[in-house]
Design a protein around this ligand. Structure first.
Ligand code: CU
Length: 170
């Protein structure tokens, strides 16, 4: 039998978890990863937290992803990249706070806008609101749906765990 106490307990456990699970952002949303897109504007319209994931999707014949230092980002210099990725679907978990810099290493692509700076805020800084309201602003945005799927997966796993705990407690 489920008493109000049990319901309260479940909410106490679930409520904080709903805002802690990492969101998944497709870089450029529906536009993906290519030149002639304002990734600075895109990045500033999202708030990235430790634990979130960013995903670059592109045609590997025409593009790649290079993580670079800040000076090389400013200079669009991909020759001394920290790492280069070219799978056409590269995900990065934002595992620490701070700035990360990515660009496309194909000639002139960075100069035409194919570069993105990601600022990651720490877990401890300000109670993180769910980023969904931001991504939901654009209904044509495919990223919000994939992002949502991820969240649902996590919540489902978490619910299973909570059910197990409750089973042992009561
Ligand atoms: Cu490119």
């Amino acid at each position: 039998m489920i008493s109000p106490k049990h319901v309260m307990l479940m909410f106490t456990i679930i409520a904080p978890s709903a805002i802690c699970f990492g969101a998944v952002y497709r870089v450029g949303d529906a536009s993906g990863w290519h030149p002639m897109f304002n990734y600075t504007k895109w990045a500033s319209s999202n708030k990235f937290h430790v634990g979130d994931t960013i995903r670059f999707e592109y045609n590997a014949i025409f593009h790649n992803v290079k993580e670079v230092t800040e000076p090389n980002y400013r200079a669009c210099n991909g020759t001394k990249a920290i790492a280069t990725y070219f799978s056409s679907n590269d995900s990065f978990t934002l595992d620490h706070p701070g700035h990360r810099y990515f660009l496309c290493g194909f000639p002139y692509h960075c100069r035409y806008g194919q570069k993105v700076e990601i600022y990651v805020v720490g877990e401890g800084s300000s109670p993180s609101p769910s980023p969904s309201p931001v991504t939901d602003k654009n209904p044509a945005n495919s990223a919000s749906s994939s992002h949502h799927i991820f969240r649902v997966q996590f919540v489902t796993k978490y619910l299973a765990m909570v059910t197990l705990v409750l089973f042992y407690l009561f």
